[in-house]
Design a protein around this ligand. Structure first.
Ligand SMILES: [Zn+2]
Length: 343
């Protein structure tokens, strides 16, 4: 098959559209002809050699994809050739002690498409039938390929880590980003009142469109005061943070006693100011997002299929032009998801 692949680590130019062996199809596997595949920031690190994953090269990236089954092994069960499908972007072994304890998220034999095995940057991808998710004929394959990663992250943060309940007051800083946009929508689905921040009034309208109740544009030097002004002085039950950076302490400071800040990203700065005195006096909890469970992946795919959470698509590139897609993502000028589509 043809695939966007790389034979050595390097800049975007390292991506080549080349002939690689067709993926193996075991008895329990299906072979999927890829129609669309999401491009993630982690792909850039994987290609550059900075991801800390030991890859066997050449590598075919791509964690989230959708397409049509073209071949199914004898043990593939209900999945048949011609089915429109996607697959969980990561999956557990189902046999180890952690899996037996119903903690699949702690499985030591975890597989991730595009990381531990080839993903959706090729014409074909092989997947175990047990992790394949059938789609309905009317489902938008691009929406599914674009959304699983960000929506499952957001859903897990809202429902499993922050434990958002109806009536809660939730802060989503820098809400125009990919996961943050999904956080606004997931927190609204959970029944929260959502206050979001953005860096410009141009982005504020878009964030309002996602359902945020109030959008605060960062323009002063006291964002905490601006936020509490916007809430009439009420403190937040949860802060859902995707950016970190110098405002981390200010975002933490507007939590109520025993409120929770969940963090999943640090594009604004990985090392942050943190005053420990108010942290323990207020009993604040800082929780890191690690992994969305299989149940969260299933829930997120259903939300996308129903249109309950929307992920905007910034651009699509033919899979033969993956290098250009990586350059586009590296410029960080876009809003929304970047996709590779079949040539
Ligand atoms: Zn396991």
């Amino acid at each position: 098959m043809k695939a966007a692949t790389f034979y050595e680590y390097g800049p975007a130019d390292a991506m080549q559209y080349a002939d690689v062996p067709d993926p193996d199809v075991g008895p329990g596997d299906v072979l999927i002809r890829v129609q669309a595949c999401g491009v993630n920031h982690s792909d850039l690190d994987s290609r550059a050699g900075t991801s800390r994953w030991p890859f066997e090269l050449p590598m075919v990236l791509g964690a989230e994809f959708g397409g049509t089954v073209v071949d199914a092994g004898s043990g593939a069960g209900h999945v048949r050739a011609g089915d429109l499908v996607t697959a969980f972007l990561q999956y557990n072994c189902g046999r180890c002690a952690q899996c037996a304890r119903w903690r699949p998220d702690l499985c030591a034999a975890f597989e991730i498409f595009g990381t531990t095995r080839w993903g959706g940057y090729g014409e074909l991808v092989s997947a175990p039938a047990r992790v394949v998710v059938p789609l309905e004929p009317g489902d938008e394959v691009q929406a599914v390929a674009a959304g699983q990663c960000v929506v499952s992250t957001a859903w897990h943060m809202v429902n499993r880590l922050a434990l958002v309940r109806p009536g809660d007051l939730v802060l989503v800083p820098s809400a125009s980003g990919g996961v943050a946009s999904a956080l606004v929508q997931c927190a609204k689905l959970a029944g929260a009142t959502v206050i979001a921040t953005t860096g410009s009034s141009a982005k504020a309208e878009r964030v309002s469109g996602l359902g945020a109740d109030v959008v605060v544009v960062r323009d002063g030097d006291d964002i905490a005061a601006d936020l509490l002004h916007a809430t009439g002085g009420r403190r937040f039950d949860a802060v859902l943070d995707t950016v970190g950076g110098q405002l981390f302490g200010a975002h933490l400071s507007v939590l109520r006693a025993e409120g929770t800040l969940v963090t999943c990203g640090a594009h604004a700065g990985e090392v942050v100011p943190l005053d420990l005195i108010p942290l323990f006096r207020n009993g604040w909890r800082i929780v890191g997002f690690r992994l969305a469970s299989p149940g969260d992946l299933a829930a997120s795919l259903e939300l996308i299929r129903r249109g309950a959470v929307k992920v905007p698509i910034a651009a699509t590139f033919p899979v033969s032009d993956a290098a250009e897609a990586h350059r586009f993502l590296e410029r960080r000028q876009h809003v929304g998801k970047v996709l590779l589509v079949a040539v």
